[in-house]
Design a protein around this ligand. Structure first.
Ligand code: NAD
Ligand code: MG
Length: 401
């Protein structure tokens, strides 16, 4: 399958107006809140016209009263009345339940979706937004891990841009601006290594939720924090990069860079390497995804070369952090294997967060699920959904959920 990466640039460059109405899906999460910070700081450029949350009705109400969006969705249907009552003084449409996310995604009150829902749950609303012609600022990497071929093809057919928000992919995207016909030799994804960088299995076996959730450089939601600690996050990002930039697995390299200053690099055919740098702050890739192809002023803290002395680079320890190895296997196998990996990982992380599984047991659950699910080389979207469901059931039976 051929993807024309360049079309995304041209499409966005020819956008008639700078002003964008943003549908913030997952507005109460780490990405969602920072997206609203960017929108709040640029009221002449952006507005938030859709807000959605799974269960944090209080924050959703607060956000809605501030931004007065066209519509809000609360995932938990038990909280519908609470939200409806709180918003009766404004003209916001209030909806509830999983299906309403797709209804909201199809509305024409927004130009760009911030895909900030976590996990597989983000896939269907994102597909719906693409189908109805919205550009996507993509934070939800699981969308591409599960069904990258379907999503990218649909985006291409609809002429919509998928602009990465994940800091590494935003870095690569920024390095590619102005390089339209210059082939990539490889990309180098940087990884902080998470809170357990340099640790060995005898340490990891005793790791608890409280340790794993504390990332040294980034403050993020619970699931991605655990994925970062296990290096699964970097594996998911390799798969995400494959689809975003139309790469072969052999063109994607990982390097551990604990300072998180270089956010990723592209090496071109002439051996020149471009890097994008800055302090670790998700607001920058979020702002860039909303403002692309322009850059807007902001007051984010600046990197100071005089103060920050050393940048270091090491290879990843795949023997210890086996989740990364499993993700690379899934990346190489292709088909429905990344979807299976993702489903098993979501269940394993859930089990770990609920203290039902040890840190290293997550790897066992993922490995056994991958070994037990039927492989499909060229799945349809329906088959991706089925693979996800079957893999979830199998993984849940291993965890005793
Ligand atoms: P989070 O847990 O902080 O927020 C998740 C949001 O999704 C919340 O608004 C929540 O209400 C909503 N949500 C959760 N489950 C849902 C469901 N089943 N249905 C509908 N909505 C649901 O997560 P986050 O850290 O903001 O991450 C969001 C996505 O962005 C993830 O895919 C993550 O990998 C990606 N990402 C996050 C960061 C970061 O710095 N936080 C960086 C790069 C990529
Ligand atoms: Mg990232």
């Amino acid at each position: 399958m051929e993807f024309d990466f360049a079309y995304a640039f041209e499409d966005a460059i020819s956008a008639p107006s700078l002003y964008k109405r943003i549908g913030v899906f997952g507005s109460t999460g780490s990405i969602g809140k920072q997206t609203l910070d960017v929108i709040r700081a640029n009221p002449n450029l952006f507005s938030a016209t859709i807000l959605t949350a799974q269960s944090n009705a209080e924050l959703l109400i607060e956000q809605a009263l501030e931004f007065k969006p066209h519509a809000v969705v609360i995932g938990d249907t038990k909280k519908y009345e609470l939200v409806k009552e709180a918003l009766k003084g404004i003209e916001t449409v209030v909806m509830a339940g999983e299906q309403s996310l797709e209804t909201a995604a199809a509305m024409d009150c927004f130009d760009m979706m911030m895909a900030g829902i976590v996990g597989f749950a983000g896939l269907k609303p994102t597909l719906q937004a693409i189908k109805t012609g919205k550009h996507i600022a993509l934070a939800n990497k699981e969308t591409l891990v599960v069904a990258g071929d379907v999503v990218m093809l649909m985006a291409q057919q609809m002429g919509v841009s998928i602009i990465p928000v994940d800091s590494e992919h935003s870095a690569i995207f920024q390095c590619l601006v102005g390089e339209k016909n210059n082939p990539i030799e490889k990309i180098i994804l940087t990884a902080s290594g998470g809170p357990f960088v340099g640790r060995k299995p005898n340490f990891l076996v005793n790791v608890k939720r409280e340790h794993a959730i504390q990332h040294p450089n980034w403050s993020m939601g619970a699931k991605i924090s655990i994925d970062s600690a296990s290096l699964m996050n970097k594996g998911l990002e390799m798969i995400e990069a494959k689809w975003l930039f139309d790469l072969k697995p052999s063109q994607i390299e990982i390097v551990i860079h604990p300072q998180s200053i270089i956010h990723s690099m592209v090496q071109f055919k002439d051996n020149s390497i471009k890097a994008q740098m800055g302090l670790p702050d998700m607001k920058l890739p979020i702002q860039y995804a909303l403002s692309y192809p322009h850059r807007f002023e902001n007051d984010f803290p600046r990197f100071n070369f005089a103060k920050s002395a050393t940048l270091t680079f090491d290879p990843p320890d795949i023997k210890t952090f086996r989740n990364l190895g499993l993700a690379i296997t899934a990346l190489n196998q292709g088909g429905n294997m990344p979807c299976i990996l993702n489903a098993a990982n979501e269940l394993a992380v859930y089990g770990f967060l609920k203290n039902r599984l040890g840190f290293l047991d997550m790897t066992e659950v993922i490995e056994r699920t991958m070994a037990n699910m039927p492989f499909i080389e060229n799945p349809t979207l329906e088959e991706y959904f089925e693979s996800d469901g079957e893999a979830r059931n199998f993984a849940a039976s291993l965890i005793n959920l």
